[in-house]
Design a protein around this ligand. Structure first.
Ligand code: UD1
Length: 424
């Protein structure tokens, strides 16, 4: 098992390039199922989840080439509709093949991954949306199963603006008969990105990025070439890393408009923010001031940056209150921060933190992608060498994380069981 050794104290400085968003590219790959032929996706991040998703698509009959920043997917005329264990079970995002399979094959059988460290992730809204389009949906033997004689357009009002449910409905409705309206739809930039690619494939979609999306179903879609939107969560992670280390980092490859809430919180914490078209520079001249955070669906503060907010609060000047509204189990991360000397306690959806001048290094364990990155950020603000375990989580979501951090002056090393450095 690999782990990271993080030595605190260095102020990060320099420029970091952000690749395409994990939470977009996996859905774009799934969308390629909707059209026979070869779809090409560029600005693809080099993360573990991409080859895992490629295996899911291969299991459905696609030929997939990955490597570098380009993925090419050739979808056959006849698709299998069964995304089964073990490939689909390894990746929670594999559930996003459900909508395309229903659209293309009118049936789907998709393995459900096991429990998730960030909290319960039910599929009720995915299923009720597809039911509204005319499908029979059920959970059978650890798989979500859908069947439909035909799909027809419908009005669908979501109870909560679920990202995954919006995406599955969007993809299935693109090949349904007639018009579908999704109300209380998720507004994330990744939804806009998916709708843009579907539009290039011939889908007729309006309103992506707003709470009401209208889809006029078409008979067939054709393949497209699409560039993935920059990863605002990775970009936000580097912005918070700059603030926590009292450094100055230029983050390139992501539109700062998509990072408004995280950057606004950093301004309140005392950072200087210099936005450009596709880049932002974050400079923190001194110890951050304490600020409160409330996670919300986009355009609110993203739950995926909640661990970074907690790490910042742990070293800020004053008291912070952090409220988690999206994934209830995300505060498991606080226990790891407490091992590093953070003065924090949680109560239900809230975490209260009294900032300390400095944290102290400790062995800590990543529980998910974002918690792992948050622990590295905390390690950068800790005295001594922090050992971050279970780093495969970080590799699932952050391309060349160690190398990028080293280039910014961060003291981090990847080591194996023996304790020998694995890479520069
Ligand atoms: C996506 C992101 C994840 C991010 C999250 C919220 C991917 C691969 N993952 O996850 O990084 O943290 O959006 O921004 O894109 N819910 C239900 N029933 C449903 C669906 C969701 O109750 O049918 C609940 C979930 O339990 C959760 C909330 O809705 O509490 C938000 O979930 P959702 O927006 O669907 O997140 P994901 O698409 O799973």
């Amino acid at each position: 098992m690999e782990r990271f050794l993080v030595t605190g104290g260095a102020r990060l400085a320099g420029t970091v390039q952000v690749a395409g968003a994990k939470n977009s590219v996996l859905k774009l790959m799934a969308a390629s199922l909707l059209a026979e032929g070869t779809t090409v996706i560029t600005n693809c991040p080099e993360i573990l989840d991409v080859p895992l998703m490629a295996d899911v698509l291969r299991g459905l009959g696609c030929a997939v080439e990955t490597g570098g920043e380009r993925v090419s997917i050739t979808t056959p005329a006849e698709l299998s509709f069964h995304a089964d264990f073990p490939a689909a079970g390894r990746l929670r995002a594999s559930v996003c093949v459900l909508g395309p399979l229903m659209g293309r094959c009118r049936q789907a059988r998709v393995a459900l991954p096991g429990g998730d460290a960030i909290g319960s992730r039910p599929l009720d809204m995915h299923q009720s949306g597809l039911r509204a389009l005319g499908a029979d949906m059920s959970i059978e033997h650890g798989r979500v199963v859908g069947r439909a004689a035909k799909l027809h357009g419908a009005w669908i009002g979501l109870d909560f603006p679920s990202v995954g449910a919006t995406e599955n409905i969007l993809m299935a409705a693109s090949l349904a008969d007639g018009a579908t309206v999704i109300d209380n739809a998720a507004r994330e930039p990744e939804i806009i990105d998916l709708a843009l690619m579907l539009g290039q494939m011939g889908a007729r979609i309006e309103g992506a990025g707003t709470a009401t999306i209208t889809i006029e179903g078409v008979d067939t879609l054709h393949p497209a070439t699409h560039r993935t939107v920059g990863d605002r969560v990775v970009g936000g992670t580097w912005a918070y890393a700059a603030a926590i280390t009292r450094g100055s980092v230029r983050v390139e490859g992501v539109d700062p408009v998509y990072m408004t809430a995280p950057l606004e919180r950093l301004t309140q914490a005392g950072a200087q923010i210099e936005p450009e078209d596709d880049a932002v520079t974050v400079t923190m001249p001194g110890r951050p001031n304490a600020v409160d955070f409330i996670t919300m669906p986009y355009p609110g503060f993203p739950t995926d940056l909640q661990p970074m907010a907690l790490a910042l609060a742990a070293v800020a000047n004053g008291n912070s209150l952090i409220t988690e509204n999206v994934f209830e189990a995300r505060f498991r991360f606080v226990d790891e921060l407490i091992r590093m000397g953070a003065d924090a306690r949680t109560d239900g959806h809230h975490a209260a933190i009294r900032g300390r001048e400095q944290l102290s290094s400790a062995p800590v364990w990543s529980t998910d992608i974002r918690a792992g990155a948050g622990l590295v950020l905390a390690g950068l603000a800790a005295e001594g060498v922090t050992e971050v375990h279970e780093v495969m989580h970080i590799d699932r979501g952050y391309p060349h994380f160690v190398e990028d951090l080293q280039k910014l002056g961060g003291q981090i090393q990847r080591v194996g069981d023996s304790g020998d450095p694995l890479r520069a």
